[in-house]
Design a protein. Structure first.
Length: 261
């Protein structure tokens, strides 16, 4: 907490911001830790279906530039809270909808929309609340807090799956838990009373020719991730024999190792 106090401006709302970040990270760890298992074991989604669901999961990311342009005059705090509410709706849908490929994909897309809305705002708010000259430290603290929450979620999932067999009831219980945590994070975000207004004199879209190599690298980087990660976890779940669930065998532990190493 001392590092936070030295890095961020007093009265900026950083405490509520970081409190919500921790809860959102924990909820994401619970959610992402079981998603691939849920799609493979309960929804019985094929590799083709997994690719389709991943397309819709990333569709909000593609549309993000247009969404943020539409919400250009809103403050970063308001967009952050809006993202939290949409994430909560998506998580509740995961817990209540029937096991149907189309409905599950729609819930994934809704949750992803809220997640992507928050993604850029986390960096914006970190820099906005930071003391002069402490922007880099603020970004590092923000990312570390979120990752700590995510890792805690992965550890919880690894422990849960090591104690018993997966079932629809278990997955729904985890989704409800993640929804409750997300709801608590949303309540914390309501305490962020700042108003990080945009500069109306600036353009909504900014593209520059000298950055074209960076744009292309970002496209290829994103394509690599979306090809490898969904298929690798889906293949891992379906190909690795699991007579009984061990936390060393389950993909949640593999996800934890990926974060650590």
């Amino acid at each position: 907490m001392r590092d936070l106090a030295e890095t961020f401006r007093p009265g900026s709302g950083y405490r509520a911001f970081f409190g919500s970040l921790t809860t959102f990270g924990l909820a994401y760890g619970l959610y992402k830790g079981v998603l691939d298992n849920y799609l493979a074991e309960i929804v019985e989604m094929s590799e083709m279906g997994r690719g389709v669901s991943e397309f819709f999961r990333e569709l909000p990311g593609l549309a993000l530039v247009f969404l943020l342009a539409a919400f250009y005059m809103m403050s970063a705090e308001r967009i952050y809270k809006m993202g939290a509410m949409i994430m909560l709706v998506g998580m509740v849908l995961h817990a209540v909808i029937p096991v149907h490929k189309v409905l599950v994909t729609a819930a994934i897309c809704i949750y992803s929309l809220g997640e992507h809305l928050q993604l850029g705002m986390r960096n914006t708010l970190s820099l906005e609340y930071a003391q002069p000259g402490r922007g880099g430290t603020a970004l590092g603290l923000q990312n570390s807090i979120y990752q700590i929450g995510s890792l805690a979620g992965y550890l919880i999932i690894a422990a849960v799956f090591s104690l018993g067999q997966s079932s629809l009831g278990l997955f729904r219980g985890i989704y409800w838990s993640a929804a409750a945590i997300t709801g608590f994070g949303f309540l914390l975000s309501l305490r962020m009373t700042g108003h990080s207004a945009t500069d109306p004199s600036k353009r909504r879209f900014y593209f520059h020719k000298k950055y074209r190599k960076y744009y292309m690298l970002e496209v290829f980087y994103g394509a690599r991730k979306q090809i490898f990660f969904p298929m690798s976890w889906s293949s891992f779940i379906k190909l690795v024999p699991r007579p009984s669930v061990s936390y060393l065998q389950c993909p949640q532990f593999a996800a934890l190792r990926r974060h650590l190493w």
